[in-house]
Design a protein around this ligand. Structure first.
Ligand code: NZQ
Ligand code: ZN
Length: 389
């Protein structure tokens, strides 16, 4: 490892099928006014809402609700939530849902006490909050984003067709606590389950395919990737398998709680491409990543060949005897492709609603980052999207 870094992750985690009881331990630490934030209603169908509300009542909390947080939460919805949290003088924002609900709670948290427009301040100028934040706690119901233990908050602006994530530098924006009960994820539809699985895998890839130094993080990443592949195959055949779902939940948290990025460069271009697709189509996050990944990785492979060879050997157990580096690297990606198809992931952006005439706009909407093996140029981005059609 050659880099210097500081590592602090203050989120307290409660994990397991009895973890919700620890909400009773956390709630007394905060004032009376709680804003309960959730999505489109899955928590009402599967009973999680009733369990949480009961605990809030037992703890004597004065509760306001923000419901209907949509997948890929929008700026309009953020403005609405900021109003609710202000009017309620919120002491705690309790997010019960997936990454969208957790991200949204963080975006509300940094905006409540702030006079400036949050889109302008956090998503265009990428400023840090300087106006006092409201603490966030999460009860996670969907696995993939890692939002339960990071300071990321992605918001979509439909008007300008931009989906932007701000990963705040201030660790106080990470949830104060997160409750991770794998049982809560068992009601997820198959489409969401596999989308989340690919999101986990891609978070690891984004932090793995960059840099050339010998770094502990890359060894951890290989272990996490092997675990995702193993558990995903079990969960794909038997979605009610608690052990596999529980491994996936834990791996998702470690894939994006900033640990495996320490002391190394990271890429994140697949997310930038996927977010552009999301801004245009509102498609499910993990599927946007799946649809653009292979064209992107085949594009950068020649520039980072040694890492792709290592990926083939250490993650996919590709037999290297008598093969060139290019052949080994390609076999690694072929193994990944067949795993993705086995899970039933969406493999092209056409299926997500993208069209040839959107290519220029998609490329315009893609933020270009420079952490990877090659900084893609505008026409190369168009080429990657075209190969993903
Ligand atoms: O809204 P409800 O009715 O709750 O339904 C949700 C939603 O339709 C449903 N769902 C969640 N838990 C369920 C369930 N259905 C049945 N049973 C359950 N237990 O699943 C659907 C998707 O939920 P969502 O929260 O949108 O999914 P996800 O966790 O993938 O979050 C996606 C958002 O997170 C952002 C994405 O861009 C996207 O906006 N990301 C956040 C990151 C971060 N904070 O670091 C990083 C990621 O790369 C990602 O960009
Ligand atoms: Zn992601």
């Amino acid at each position: 490892m050659l880099g210097n870094f500081t590592y602090c992750n203050p989120t307290k985690l409660y994990f397991g099928d009895e973890s919700l009881q620890y909400l009773n331990t956390e709630l007394p630490k905060y004032g009376k006014n709680v804003v309960l934030i959730y999505g489109g209603g899955s928590i009402k169908k599967n009973g999680i809402y009733d369990e949480v509300v009961e605990i809030l009542k037992t703890n004597g909390k004065n509760v306001a609700e923000i419901s209907g947080v949509m997948p890929n939460p929008t700026l309009e919805k953020l403005y609405e939530g900021v109003e609710t949290a202000r009017n309620h003088h919120a002491d705690l924002l309790l997010a019960v849902g997936g990454g969208s609900v957790c991200d949204y709670a963080k975006a509300v948290s940094v905006s409540v006490n702030c006079d400036e427009d949050p889109w302008e301040k956090y998503y265009l100028k990428f400023e840090e909050p300087d106006c006092g934040i409201v603490p966030v706690g999460c009860v996670l119901t969907m696995v993939g984003t890692g939002s339960e233990m990071n300071a990321g908050a992605v918001i979509t602006n439909h008007e300008t067709k931009m989906k932007i994530g701000h990963v705040f530098a201030d660790e106080n924006i990470m949830p104060r606590f997160s409750i991770l009960n794998p049982k809560y994820t068992l009601t997820l539809p198959h489409y969401q389950m596999v989308s989340g699985i690919y999101d986990i895998f891609n978070h690891i890839c984004e932090q793995y395919f960059s840099g050339e130094d010998d770094n502990t993080s890359d060894y951890i990443s290989e272990g996490l990737m092997r675990s995702v592949i193993h558990s995903s195959r079990i969960a794909n055949k038997d979605p009610q398998n608690y052990e596999a779902r529980s491994n996936l939940m834990w791996t998702a948290t470690w894939a994006l709680n900033t640990l495996v990025a320490k002391a190394k460069s990271t890429d994140w271009m697949v997310h930038m491409l996927g977010q552009a697709v999301g801004a245009y189509t509102d498609a499910t996050h993990g599927m946007t990543l799946a649809a653009v990944s292979l064209p992107y990785y085949r594009f950068i492979m020649p520039y980072g060949l040694a890492k792709f060879v290592r990926f083939a050997k250490n993650v996919w157990d590709v037999d290297i005897a008598g093969k060139t580096d290019e052949q080994i690297a390609e076999e690694g990606l072929a193994a990944m492709e067949s795993w993705m198809k086995e899970l039933g992931l969406v493999m092209n952006i056409t299926e997500l609603g993208a069209k040839e005439e959107m290519l220029e706009g998609l490329a315009e909407s893609t933020l270009i980052l420079d952490g990877g093996y090659r900084v893609p140029q505008h026409d190369e981005i168009i080429g990657i999207f075209r190969s993903s059609l």
